[in-house]
Design a protein around this ligand. Sequence first.
Ligand SMILES: Nc1ncnc2c1ncn2[C@@H]1O[C@H](COP(=O)(O)OP(=O)(O)OP(=O)(O)O)[C@@H](O)[C@H]1O
Length: 251
Amino acid sequence: MAARVADAVKVYGIGRTEVRALDHVTVGFPAGRLTAIMGPSGSGKSTLLHCAAGLDRLTAGTAMIGDTELETLNDRRLTLLRRERIGFVFQSFNLVPVLTARENITLPVDLAGGEVDREWVETLIDAVGLRDRLDHRPTELSGGQQQRVALARALAGRPEVVFADEPTGNLDSRTGAEVLELMRRAVDEMEQTVVMVTHDPTAAGYADEVLFLADGRLVDRMERPNPAGVLDRMKAFEHGPAAGRAGGGGS
Ligand SMILES: Nc1ncnc2c1ncn2[C@@H]1O[C@H](COP(=O)(O)OP(=O)(O)OP(=O)(O)O)[C@@H](O)[C@H]1O
């Protein structure tokens, strides 16, 4: 497993304002696969992604990247682990506005003090189709181009796993499809591992497996998903997880 959580509990707030965002979730994210996390709004998708990626800490349970238990790391070592071993893609691209596309792509590796693998970066630049936009700053790029920069940036350090939170949430469907195809290629052709939160059954259709959350619990999973099947399963969950289990077909 590239990453996993075991018996993961995340509670926000205390007393009357307490929200149990993750309620004993155990799940692994296999290396060399694209896993999608779906579920209704508020079901804990982003919380699971953030805790698995070391952006936030669990209240109880364990989160692991490879063989490293994140609970054993202090904040400084957790930051280093994120820099050195994880790639991130966010809905809002999160590029540095004053840097060019090329500088954005190599920034995390530069920050980690690592050697930039020039050949690999050139491969990524061609893979995401940005060769003719490298000297542009983010404001001079379309949303789809910005997200392709963000994806190349996430992959630049050959991370053990890329975590993507609604990577196509700000893109139209055609541009979103381009980004999803690139994530698929990163897995199939570059042996990368991607974990993606999405609301979109079409996006989930690019995954090897879809995990379904409801009320902070893992309620179902689907191998080799197709968008129609994912949509059906989602509709069932909108009427409660019990309905989802009863109505969902095989996985
Ligand atoms: N920082 C926080 N403080 C308090 N409650 C929070 C915080 N972050 C999330 N929550 C709550 O935890 C629950 C799970 O939130 P989370 O963002 O993980 O859900 P989600 O499935 O990603 O939702 P969405 O699809 O709407 O983004 C929700 O009830 C949310 O209101």
